[in-house]
Design a binder for this molecule. Structure first.
Ligand code: ADP
Ligand code: MG
Length: 278
């Protein structure tokens, strides 16, 4: 797989959800979501707090089961894969990618191979040390390899989380607000590393992101959620309109084209009445 998007023949979608519903008692966190994700595509999932983004990711990664509807991964029901099979296909990177427990960087990154190993931790024909070294070097983590995770900055820890996922070599990567605690430079760096990796491997990426400006620059497609329902689905450039942002987030936006690429970028107007009070 070298091309990020399937150009020749129609392939089975990497991920497909049909009428996906998840309720918690009376609360309907997701309502009849239908969505198809082509192999190699990069989707952003956006929406206000509580709109169901994390719930959706939990269903896609198999840690949670739907109340109704289906998740298919490469044409097979998610529930029909064993846990290990599923984690060979799908990797998850959380907001705070890794707990700062007493492992070293190298140890944590090597754990990324678990889904490929037998119960004795063996894997035929693969030199885990070598794969790990390569990824550590690539992410500039080699000098930190023997450092304990709790002695790293947030930005470095998030890079270790990415290294672990890269060593895992999944077909699909799910990210839940991976840049939330990073400063501007690390946010951009993180997204660039993802973009490069995707370019090389064709990995399918689904990322819940809060920063709509970064989202517009990196994700070609968007799933917009509001109150557990699909509010928009398709090309980011088409979906990121003032009207939709106003409706979904209840703010007063101004959209401008990015001077480099022309993709929509967002400014916020202050609440007119409150601003006038000051
Ligand atoms: P988001 O990630 O978009 O902020 P979530 O998917 O976390 O939203 O939550 C969607 C809704 O489902 C929220 O109202 C949340 O309180 C509710 N919810 C999520 N998980 C649970 C749970 N395990 N039990 C009860 N309610 C939940
Ligand atoms: Mg969430």
């Amino acid at each position: 797989m070298t091309e990020p998007s399937g150009s020749q023949k129609k392939r089975i979608p990497a991920l497909e959800v049909t009428s996906l519903t998840r309720s918690f008692g009376e609360l309907h966190a997701l309502k009849k979501i239908s969505w198809s994700v082509d192999e190699g595509s990069w989707w952003g999932v956006i929406g206000p707090n509580g709109s169901g983004k994390s719930t959706l990711l939990h269903l896609l990664s198999g840690v949670d089961r739907p109340t109704a509807g289906n998740v298919h991964i490469y044409g097979k029901k998610a529930g029909s894969y064993s846990r290990k099979e599923l984690s060979r296909l799908v990797a998850v990177l959380q907001q705070e990618g890794l707990p700062p427990v007493g492992y070293t960087v190298r140890e944590v990154v090597e754990m990324g191979r678990y889904p490929h190993q037998d119960w004795l931790g063996r894997e035929k024909g693969v030199d885990v040390g070598l794969i790990t070294d390569r990824v550590l070097k690539r992410l500039g983590l080699a000098p930190l390899a023997d450092r304990a995770l709790d002695h790293l900055s947030g930005g470095q820890r998030q890079r270790v989380a990415l290294a672990k996922v890269m060593v895992q070599e999944p077909q699909i990567l799910l990210l839940d607000e991976p840049t939330t605690y990073l400063d501007l430079r690390y946010q951009l760096e993180f997204m660039e590393l993802l973009a490069e990796w995707r370019q090389e491997t064709g990995v399918t990426i689904i990322a819940v992101l809060h920063d709509l400006n970064l989202t517009a620059q990196f994700c070609e497609n968007l799933l917009v959620l509001k109150d557990g329902m699909v509010e928009g689905l398709g090309a980011s450039a088409d979906l990121l309109t003032e009207e939709r942002i106003r409706r979904v987030y209840e703010v007063e936006p101004v959209m401008l084209p990015h001077p480099d690429s022309g993709v929509p970028q967002l400014l916020l107007r202050r609440n007119v009445r409150r601003a006038a009070d000051q």
